[in-house]
Design a binder for this molecule. Structure first.
Ligand code: FAD
Length: 462
């Protein structure tokens, strides 16, 4: 089976590079299990992987609407990043400073853990420990990057984890137009996202997990998952549906799906890479308000993405939203703005996917031992590393284990629901419009845009 959009284009660069998705059977009839997991992205697969690692005889069933890696897990920017969403100071006010530092350290551990599993399970997914470069492009971004460095130092990064690079040193790492400085951390890796899901699903099956695909769950209830063609009865039911959650009855206002769009260039020549840099395979971004992210792929392309696509009324997620001509043109323009050396290099792929945003921008892993229901998610587009951590936590909670990770501040976190429409649509799209506006103002004045930037921070609760 080929992973294509309704318009015939590949689902993403990564899916296009293969392998093609394996066709697994759909759920057919009634099945008994100890744990039923809904969603075959990283969260569901990591949870299944760890459950079976702890209790190999457990009957674990994964129910996936399309195929494993169809969602954000197969399409993302491939940053195995130490970042996590939400305001640290708000978390610290509730859980104490040390809990937030522990969260950051657990993210560092998760980066290492992902690398270890990739090695142990022999998953070929172009895993590289290249670190991350955050640039300040333009003078207005310099104080923000400094403040970001100071914030990280305060909340769990050691001196070795952060290196400030002045203009010249930053330019030696990558030739980014207008870069005044950069912050480097070795605490980031990169992957081929789709191949990680393929390898993880196979690792789950090697451990004895059973995966049903093409089986959208219509009801995810206590002890029961119902699809069109069957049902799973299980004492524990775990929802790992991230940006698709709003489709489930009763979950319409839990997580808002917000689109992130990506482009990939054709492979660059050796000469062009000599000009661009990123020799160690560092992931890169800058301090603009609009979130952007890029990686040098193993086959020598630039894969680059950004937020800023419209939020669709009613939290709708549809294949037709994956390509957005205006949004993709903007993402392409930002990449060329950063690397004008690209000249007439071709963009070969455009794709997108939805990330899940909780009302307070904080991830959550929760499990109720009375009903046997649990969930993990709300990563706000920072789920590659977070989903590994969340999967370990959810596995522990579902097995009644109290461990270091089950004491982290996102455990048991309850989300406030999003506002009903049309307020939700207005609020999210206002935030979306403010980010590029703040960037334009900063580009023109060369100074931080305090009013628009401040309003944006208030809207996003960060
Ligand atoms: C374009 C893009 C770029 C990104 N870049 C990065 C990045 O570089 N680094 C980073 O950390 N994060 C990134 N993210 C976010 C990251 O990919 C996600 O946070 C992460 O993959 C979420 O994993 P998940 O398993 O929770 O969700 P998903 O991967 O979306 O998996 C959910 C699965 O559940 C299935 N499903 C949904 N509803 C049902 C149902 N009713 N029944 C059965 N199955 C169902 C879906 O088909 C899907 O396969 C990016 C996201 C996007 C879209």
């Amino acid at each position: 089976m080929r992973a294509v959009r309704p318009d015939g284009g590949p689902l993403s660069l990564w899916h296009d590079q293969g392998p093609d998705p394996r066709v697994r059977p759909s759920l057919d009839g009634s099945v008994e299990a100890d744990v039923a997991i809904v969603g075959g992205g990283y969260t569901g697969l990591w949870t299944a992987y760890y459950l079976l690692g702890i209790e190999p005889t457990l009957r674990v069933v994964v129910v996936e609407a399309e195929f494993c890696g169809f969602g954000a897990s197969g399409r993302n920017g491939g940053w195995v990043s130490p970042k996590f969403p939400g305001s640290r100071s708000k978390m610290a006010a509730e859980h104490g400073r040390q809990a937030v530092v522990a969260y950051q350290r657990a993210m560092f551990d998760a980066i290492e853990e992902i690398g270890s599993v990739i090695e142990r399970e022999r998953i070929e997914c172009d895993h590289r420990r290249g670190g991350m470069l955050l640039f300040a492009t333009g003078t207005a971004q310099v104080p923000r990057l400094r403040a970001y460095r100071d914030m990280l130092s305060e909340w769990g990064y050691d001196a070795d984890d952060l290196t400030w690079l002045g203009k010249e040193k930053a330019g030696e790492r990558a030739s980014v137009a207008g870069a005044e400085a950069a912050l480097y951390t070795p605490r980031c890796a990169s992957i081929h996202p789709w191949r990680l899901t393929v390898g993880l699903a196979e690792a789950v099956e090697r451990r004895g997990g059973v995966i049903y695909e093409q089986s959208p769950a219509r009801v995810v209830g206590s002890g029961l998952v119902i699809t069109d063609s069957g049902a799973v009865r299980a004492s524990r039911v775990l929802r790992c549906t991230e940006a698709f959650t709003a489709r489930l009855p009763g979950q319409e206002r839990t997580l808002a799906p917000v689109y992130s769009l990506m482009v990939a260039t054709e492979p660059l020549s050796e000469a062009l890479w000599n000009e661009v840099g990123l020799e160690a395979g560092e992931t890169f971004s800058d301090e603009r308000h609009l979130i952007i992210y890029g990686q040098r792929t193993a086959d020598g392309r630039l894969a680059f993405g950004g937020r800023g696509a419209p939020y669709h009324f009613g939290s709708s997620v549809r294949p037709s939203w994956d390509v957005d001509n205006r949004g993709h043109a903007r993402v392409r323009d930002v990449l060329w703005e950063l690397f004008p050396q690209l000249g007439d290099t071709k963009v070969t792929h455009r794709w997108g996917g939805a990330v899940a945003v909780p009302r307070d921008w904080r991830m959550s892993v929760d499990f109720d031992p009375v009903t046997g229901s649990g969930h993990a998610g709300g990563y706000v587009g920072q789920g590659v590393t977070s989903s590994n951590l969340a999967g370990r936590v959810l596995a522990d909670l579902a097995l009644g284990r109290s461990t270091d990770v089950t004491r982290l501040p996102f455990v048991g976190h309850r989300w406030r629901r999003w506002e009903p429409e049309p307020i939700r649509w207005l609020g999210i799209n206002l935030g979306r419009a403010l980010a590029p506006l703040a960037d334009t103002i900063e580009g023109r004045t060369g100074r931080p845009s305090r009013i628009v930037g401040g309003l944006l921070s208030r809207l996003t609760g960060t």
